[in-house]
Design a protein around this ligand. Structure first.
Ligand code: GLU
Length: 310
């Protein structure tokens, strides 16, 4: 039986109620002031159906810093850029089993990042974009706006400046990649673009809409545009499942069973192919960097809809 509007509204209320019980058990990202001062007592969720229906609950229209969720958009852009054919020679497709900003593996594996969603891999992806587009940041923002079908999406320059000032580890990764021959553009140019993609501000509703093409075989149900071939959508979803939740990806697959990408701003974007794109946001994180309440909300959603990829 297909889920009715009423079913979905009830399920979202259940998700919000259960998820809110997690608030107070985690900690907000504190590596930059703009994220450290966020009110932790917030929870939002938006669900977009491939048939164009939408359901929201809580703070679904509050903007938050998408952080690593941006790595999905930059991967999509790199894979449609003139540099697409070289992407998989420069970045792997395996989970890392390491922290997202680790340098150790990069050194021992000669500059070939495990996947495009750890920082090293994402920086290589941003290098592909920086090398092939005159205005990389505008290209990234343009793609995000098109995917979300919303022209108001912006880059929070205060967050970007803080990222830049505190980004010693990312700078170390970029320089290591350069020394290992896996960074083409100027290090500072790549990092400037990388910090700006992390600093894009979006609402849950925007993110869920932007992930709809991944749920709908590459076509955007709201605009009718084909944004990527179906095979590419399937492949990006596979990477979400295996590499999208930092070092907690196995546990997330076990508990939730839905391909997803998290960011340290507290957002998680999730895709149930053929059904829904979802975004949950709540700023408090677990020790691995994934939103505690967001994970719980998705777990309840998967249970109550009886939908997952398994
Ligand atoms: N701006 C953060 C960094 O590069 C992104 C972290 C994240 O969301 O994973 O360290």
């Amino acid at each position: 039986m297909p889920l009715t509007d009423r079913d979905l509204s009830t399920i979202l209320d259940d998700c919000a109620r259960e998820a809110r019980k997690e608030i107070g058990k985690g900690h907000v990202a504190d590596y930059i002031p703009a994220l450290a001062r966020i009110n932790p007592d917030q929870f939002g969720m938006a669900v977009c159906g491939v048939d164009g229906r939408e359901w929201v609950v809580g703070d679904s229209d509050s903007s938050f810093s998408i952080q690593s969720i941006s790595k999905v958009f930059t991967l999509a852009l790199a894979l449609q850029s003139p540099g697409a054919s070289g992407v998989w020679d420069r970045v792997g497709r395996e989970p890392s089993g390491n922290a997202f900003n680790s340098l150790v593996q990069l050194e021992s594996e000669q500059g070939l990042p495990r996947n495009p969603f750890i920082n090293a891999g994402a920086i290589v992806i941003t290098d592909v974009i920086t090398t092939h587009f005159v205005s990389p940041v505008l290209q990234i923002l343009g793609l995000v706006r098109r995917y979300a079908d919303c022209e108001d999406i912006y880059i929070d320059e205060e967050v970007a400046r803080s990222e830049e000032e505190s980004g010693h580890r990312n700078a170390a990764i970029a320089h290591l990649l350069k020394s290992q021959g896996n960074l083409v553009a100027d290090v500072d140019d790549v990092l400037a673009a990388y910090y700006r993609q992390c600093s894009i501000a979006m609402t849950c509703r925007d993110v869920a809409r932007a992930f709809l093409p991944l749920a709908a075989g590459g076509r955007h149900p709201l605009t009718g545009e084909t944004l990527m071939p179906a095979l590419r959508a399937k492949r990006i979803n596979s990477l979400l499942l295996t590499c999208g939740l930092y070092d907690g990806v196995g546990n997330f697959a076990f508990r939730v069973g839905i391909p997803a990408k998290s960011g340290v701003g507290g957002g998680i974007a999730a895709v149930i192919p053929g059904h829904f794109a979802i975004c949950v946001w709540s700023p408090e994180l677990d020790e691995l960097g994934n939103s505690l309440a967001g994970t719980r909300a998705l777990e309840i959603f998967a249970q109550e809809t009886n939908l997952s990829v398994f």
